[in-house]
Ligand binder design. Structure first.
Ligand code: NAD
Length: 369
């Protein structure tokens, strides 16, 4: 039996709880069939944590998150907590985790599974086989820069100010993650900014170019303005392999790329922090979707985004690329076999529940091993 790997599961709220049950099913399957055992602890985040502790993330659960190899999170939020003070809102738990774990690189793959290519809003031939990865800077830029002001001036005019700030180390560390990942994929990076109109863009471009010249000249590097990138994403998305960009542009462009794949219920993500002396990176894995209050409790949520997030966890935190590939293959085959949750339902396919999809994946894994 391989040495235990420490995981903290934070199901959160709404469908987060339902989809995480299917990840637990997968973890149990791996312990039984792959001789890989995980030390799994569970905690509370978001509204669930607020109800239990009066805060969106307790110090105890934060301590656990800081000490494990990886955190798996479901989703947070819901109308029940709409009137809670801002600092205790469910999202505050997630923001606190990202900040305390210093998760500066957000990885958002956009992969089109063959069986779902027709669900994309773009023509099938443009997206079939799409497999790109956006690396978004997550802890700097305009969302955090000071001053951040919303004020009324003496003459009654209202004025708001946000500040975009980047330092060279912030740009370099996230770019390094993108280059390293590109080496394991298609060896191509698009760096995206607006160096034509923003000083942070000028700095971004020069730091990326310097790092490329010094350490990563084997990688094909392209610089692209963010507005052009938005157009290129819907014109010829398959030109991209790895894209690296700042917090604001990454927020927008990753949602755009996500929609090329057709469904929110299919989209995983990873957020990585710096490596310690042993090479271990703090890491948090979560589906892109929220807690979906409109369907929470109905047992119909698609668990695949969460399952694919677990596959990313195997690949990036535990160096278990083969197992990650196997889970992705199982997803591909199950979809190819016509099994669908409601959100990705198509004519002539078999509709299953959240549990049904989880069971279909482990049955497919039985066949693959
Ligand atoms: P959402 O992602 O929860 O839902 C958007 C739509 O997609 C809904 O119709 C929902 O039913 C559907 N959907 C989402 N995931 C699905 C899945 N796995 N299977 C089937 N259908 C799915 O976004 P929202 O409605 O804007 O937000 C709901 C709550 O979630 C809010 O409180 C919001 O703040 C929170 N939220 C949390 C996160 C997070 O935890 N990372 C992300 C986004 C939104």
């Amino acid at each position: 039996m391989a040495a235990n790997k420490k995981l903290l599961i934070l199901p959160g709220d709404g469908i987060g709880v339902e989809v995480m049950i299917e990840v637990r099913r997968l973890i149990d399957w791996m312990a039984k069939n792959r001789s890989v055992s995980f030390d799994v602890d569970e905690g509370l985040v978001g509204g669930a944590a607020y109800d239990a502790h009066g805060v969106a993330l307790s110090d105890g659960d934060l301590d656990k998150a800081m000490s494990v190899d990886a955190v798996l999170l479901g989703a947070v939020g819901g109308p029940k907590w709409d009137n809670v003070a801002r600092e205790h809102r469910p999202e505050a738990g997630l923001l606190k985790l990202r900040k305390e774990m210093d998760l500066y690189a957000n990885l958002r793959p956009a992969i089109v599974f063959d069986a779902l290519a027709e669900a994309s809003s773009l023509k099938t031939e443009l997206v079939r086989g799409l497999d790109m990865l956006i690396v978004r800077e997550l802890t700097g830029g305009v969302y955090f820069g000071e001053p951040k002001i919303n004020e009324t001036l003496a003459d009654g005019t209202r004025r708001a100010i946000d500040t975009q700030i980047y330092t060279s180390p912030e740009i370099e560390r996230v770019t390094r993650v993108a280059f390293e990942l590109a080496r394991k994929r298609g060896n191509k990076v698009h760096s995206v900014e607006k160096a034509n109109v923003m000083e942070t863009g000028v700095l971004w471009r020069s730091v990326v170019s310097d790092l490329h010249a010094a350490e990563y000249s084997d990688i094909e590097l392209h610089h692209m303005y963010a507005d052009n990138c938005a157009m290129q994403l819907v014109r010829t998305p398959k030109q991209f392999d790895v894209m690296v960009t700042d917090n604001l542009f990454g927020d927008v462009l990753s949602d755009c790329a996500a929609m090329l794949t057709g469904s929110l219920g299919m989209l995983p993500s990873a957020s990585l922090g710096g490596a310690d002396e042993s090479g271990r990176r703090k890491a948090l894995y979560e589906p892109v979707h929220g807690s979906a209050p409109d369907i929470a409790g109905d047992g119909i949520a698609n668990p695949l985004a969460c399952i694919l997030s677990f596959a990313m966890c195997l690949r990036y935190s535990f160096d278990m690329g083969d197992d990650a590939d196997m889970i992705e293959k199982a997803v591909q085959n199950v979809l190819g076999g016509g099994i669908r949750t409601s959100d990705i339902m198509q004519d002539g396919m078999a509709r299953v529940s959240t549990t049904g999809m989880g069971e279909a994946i482990t049955m497919e894994l039985d066949k693959l091993t």
